[in-house]
Design a protein around this ligand. Structure first.
Ligand code: GLC
Length: 493
């Protein structure tokens, strides 16, 4: 068993969760995959400098905000209450009806600085705002269509602009989400839409015209708002066809982005030139060398749903941060603001508690390296299988480890009674202390050939997962029964 096995359906072309192996060292960006896949191969690691800020940042805020915040989960006259940004398709609303939301959209309580302050206080270093979601409504000042927040709503303000400015003021990297799927644009063919849905299907839709529209919009987004950290594409998976990248003219899109803003990253949902992978609502089982960002909701919906009170606990969010960073990834956590322009108070409450933890434990997160161990992450079940036929991965939940030069950080997910043992840690320990302990009082430690054992106080020094900082000599070379762990196999399927 390879403890670093990466549990993502590698190379399976899975639409749900396909995270393909990095092609490192290839001289030029590789062409989009010929086989259908929503996700493109990740090539950004050819130039680690492009990804440097992203890997340092580790935490970002995702914001799903649009006209769908008005129905807030339920379409008038219908029973279902579990909708959000997909309400137009799921409630089967024609464009002529959905468009009526625009004149009602007047989020007078929106304050870009307040939103950015929430992100910053949580310890987030970048922010991704939905400039256009699948409903096709542009939440920014576009000249490509009048179906936008300036021309079609009484609000007449550009939140993308206001957020870009507030981000720059606060030192947060500003990023843009852009949906390839579009249920409103007359040239977006229904046949390439999710479930064939379009609010006003046009049998003569010309995808090349729609491609030009998308490029013109992305050009605006990259020229109107200063530096953009990421163009976060989504919804391209609806183009279920083998020549998807060609149909989308994805290479032209990528070339334009690189020409306008060479430092901008592209996620892996365009179908070309991907800098990193985007596992959604789940965390990969093992460690990988490939850059990735787990995107996740704080409740069960991306857009605002007033019925959804199923919030994650701050403890779970903190656990996820430690888990993801120990595997070398980023965490993009979502908020779905209301039609008034407010981030839900429960999201603010959770993020505030998370922020207290990220502040205390900053050195264990930002720019931190992945675990040098691996067995602590979990194991493969001998008999049970995942849906895709791969062995079932079982998470272990005792601790996670991240690193800085000369230091190991153990996030304790469960408080061990009396002693904490790290098998395989045989380096000389210079000092061990909790980051939550302002005095950094050293703990007693004993090291032998099988590992290190730390003597803990009776009570945890922190309400949420305490982080034990261990200053060591040399680099960690953990041994397993079968010898030194083989990290070269990190990206194996
Ligand atoms: C899914 C949802 C979409 C959301 C995205 C975020 O693709 O369908 O609405 O924007 O996840 O990753």
């Amino acid at each position: 068993m390879n403890p670093f096995r990466y549990l993502s359906g590698l190379g399976l072309g899975s639409v749900l969760f396909c995270f393909q192996p990095a092609i490192i060292g290839a001289p030029n960006p590789v062409a989009a995959p010929t086989q259908f896949s929503e996700r493109a191969p990740v090539i950004g690691q050819q130039d680690p400098k492009r990804l440097a800020w992203f890997k340092e940042a580790r935490l970002g805020m995702f914001i799903h905000w649009g006209l769908y915040a008005i129905p807030a989960g339920q379409w008038p006259g219908q029973e279902a209450k579990n909708y959000a940004e997909w309400i137009m398709k799921q409630a089967n609303v024609p464009s002529s009806e959905y468009e009526k939301l625009a004149p009602q959209f007047n989020p007078v309580k929106f304050n870009a600085r307040e939103w950015v302050a929430v992100a910053k206080a949580a310890g987030m270093k970048y922010l991704v705002i939905t400039a256009k979601h699948h409903d096709g409504f542009s939440m920014y000042a576009t000249k490509q269509s009048s179906y936008n927040i300036i021309d079609a709503t009484p609000f007449k303000r550009d939140p993308v602009k206001e957020l870009s400015e507030a981000c720059r003021e606060a030192g947060i990297v500003f990023c843009i989400y852009y949906s390839i799927a579009d249920w409103h644009h007359p040239e977006s063919p229904a046949q390439y839409s999710q479930g064939g849905f379009h609010g006003a299907p046009n049998p003569n839709a010309d995808v090349t015209k729609y491609d030009a529209y998308m490029r013109a919009q992305v050009r605006e987004l990259l020229t109107q708002y200063g530096p953009v950290g990421i163009v976060w594409f989504d919804g391209g998976g609806a183009f279920r066809t083998e020549n998807r990248a060609e149909l989308l003219q994805a290479d032209q899109m990528a070339a334009m982005i690189h020409q306008l803003q060479p430092a901008t990253l592209i996620n892996n949902r365009l179908g070309a030139a991907a800098d990193y992978g985007t596992p959604e609502q789940r965390i990969p089982g093992g460690k990988t060398d490939e850059a990735f960002e787990v995107c996740m909701t704080l409740n069960k919906h991306w857009g605002y749903n007033k019925f959804d009170q199923d919030w994650k606990s701050p403890a779970l969010v903190v656990r996820n941060i430690a888990d993801i960073v120990s595997k070398g990834g980023n965490y993009l956590l979502n908020v779905g603001p209301t039609a008034e322009g407010l981030i839900p108070s429960d999201s603010i409450r959770i993020l505030k508690e998370v922020g207290a933890w990220t502040t205390t434990n900053a050195e264990a997160i930002y720019n931190a390296g992945p675990t040098p161990f691996g067995n602590e992450l979990g194991f493969e079940e001998a008999i049970k299988k995942e849906k895709n036929g791969q062995p079932l991965w079982v998470d272990r939940n005792e601790w996670r480890c991240t690193t800085q030069p000369g230091k190991l950080y153990f996030t304790l997910l469960e408080w061990p009674k009396g002693k904490f043992t790290v098998p395989g840690l045989t380096n000389k320990v210079k000092k061990a202390y909790f980051l939550a302990d302002p005095g950094h009082v050293p703990l007693a430690v004993s090291v032998n050939a099988s590992g290190a054992t730390f003597t803990l106080p009776e009570k945890s020094p922190a309400a949420l997962a305490p982080v034990l900082c261990v200053e060591i000599e040399g680099i960690v070379k953990p041994k397993t029964a079968s010898g030194t762990l083989d990290t070269k196999k990190d990206t194996e399927s």
